[in-house]
Design a protein around this ligand. Sequence first.
Ligand code: NAD
Ligand code: WQD
Length: 338
Amino acid sequence: MAILVTGGLGYIGSHTVVELLNNNFEVVIVDDLSNSEKFILDNIEEVTGKRPYFFPFDLKRKELLAQVFDAFDITGCINFAAFKAVGESQEKPLDYYENNLFSLINILQEFKQRNISNFIFSSSCTVYGQADQMPIEESTPLKTPESSYGKTKQMGEEILKDFAVAHHKKIALLRYFNPIGAHPSALLGELPIGVPNNLVPYVTQTAAGIREKLNIWGNDYPTEDGTAIRDYIYVVDLAKAHVKALQKLMASDEETVIDIFNLGTGRGSSVLEVVEAYERANNVAVPYQICERRAGDITIAYANADKAERELGWKADTTLEEALRTTWEWQKYLESRG
Ligand code: NAD
Ligand code: WQD
């Protein structure tokens, strides 16, 4: 019995693989290394003492995917593999629809043909757009996301709901808020390729002197300090939620399950609060300048994650500062690797 983890060498995937291995799951990773590096596999082994099976290919290659299903007794899948850069998705929408949706459908075809259930999908709070009320509940109405990336997440959710109903499958849609931080070992973390778009990687590179200044995109939002508010969730907490969600699906006697969970802390932090917390946590300076708002940004998003606490027995309890400390340790590790 093995769990297929697609994108398992990526940022959230690698942390989740560690938690799965620590919970004695057998793990088979498929990752084409389009946004990750092979050394992460060695580091997973260093952290857990176990080496997961690893197959480096693109999930759009159906014949290779079928071989993995032939070779292992796959009893579930956590599907992290996707392109995720919001800005890039606007320039290359077809690449995003093709990669994120074809790979999803290919796995679901295998599930259908082989009568496998238990599928977990990496969704995103982007499906809510700018919600009218805070905190965001799972029942909060969805809004069409502005980016093609966001649309692939909303479409992925719809595909999975139809699939679950038509073929009697158990699925979970996990809507992540803003994942941050790195593994406490400093052996796993986010690999920013090029200039980071996300706040915490940019702050980290600014503190490290790689970037001169952080650009804060707008301080005229209707928030206390004028900067936008998000719910920053520690990646190890997030990874643990996947194990809980998988265990819940596997234990369920129901034929058809559609579980939807917000995964966040329930706390909102402004951009300036993140910068100050980073400086405090790591005793470093993060120079910044205030710029115009970034196109497509929303003002505020934070989760009500009570449902995950109630039904999964899961809660994100790592503080923002603790999470930001691990980010800095990971940066130092990356620098030590050269
Ligand atoms: P990541 O880029 O670090 O990991 C994704 C992994 O999938 C990479 O290792 C990449 O090489 C692999 N991959 C991509 N396309 C593939 C394909 N066709 N075949 C095989 N491998 C492929 O991203 P992440 O931050 O770990 O995100 C994981 C998932 O969570 C994604 O689906 C993402 O959309 C979603 N998500 C991420 C965030 C975030 O802020 N990081 C927030 C919400 C949702
Ligand atoms: C956070 C805040 C920025 C960088 C994106 C995706 C979303 C989800 C998570 C995957 C915002 C501000 C940022 C910078 C800044 N991903 N900021 N200067 O925009 O909430 O969401 O990642 O599903 O789909 O859209 O995250 O980290 O980019 O920004 O001032 O250099 O930091 O304006 O207010 P965001 P982020």
